[in-house]
Design a protein around this ligand. Structure first.
Ligand SMILES: [Zn+2]
Length: 122
């Protein structure tokens, strides 16, 4: 299986999970952070600002600007063809993702509850 095929399967399973979470309509948690992946490799981790927003330039396979706001995260600029990532707008639920397949970009909101469970096992 080619690497791209594997990447697509991962994206599809994440999207499927997200729609499930979306049905549950979970509001944004207090303790979430943003993880940015390029080709499934963790590229950066950012806390949500207490107010306002900050823009992160991701220049790897392509160019994307990720806007991290106090209440969500969005891709506000991309040089990809479809612009699907830009049109997706803000995601506000933990464990939601924005994917830019042409640029290999994946932006995920991660809830901190996951980490607390990890810490308890130590
Ligand atoms: Zn895109």
């Amino acid at each position: 299986m080619k690497k791209l095929d594997y990447f697509l399967i991962v994206i599809y399973s994440i999207v499927a999970m997200c729609s499930f979470i979306f049905i549950m309509d979970k509001p944004i948690a207090d303790n979430v952070h943003v993880e940015i992946y390029i080709d499934n490799d963790l590229w950066g981790v950012y806390e949500l600002p207490k107010s306002g927003y900050k823009d992160i330039l991701v220049k790897e396979k392509g160019e994307n600007i990720v806007r991290i706001a106090y209440d969500g995260v969005a891709v506000i600029h991309s040089d990809c063809k479809g612009q699907l990532c830009v049109h997706q707008g803000f995601i506000k639920n933990s464990n939601s993702v924005i994917a830019c397949l042409p640029n290999g970009l994946l932006v995920q909101l991660v809830g901190k509850e996951d980490y607390q469970i990890d810490m308890m096992s130590y």
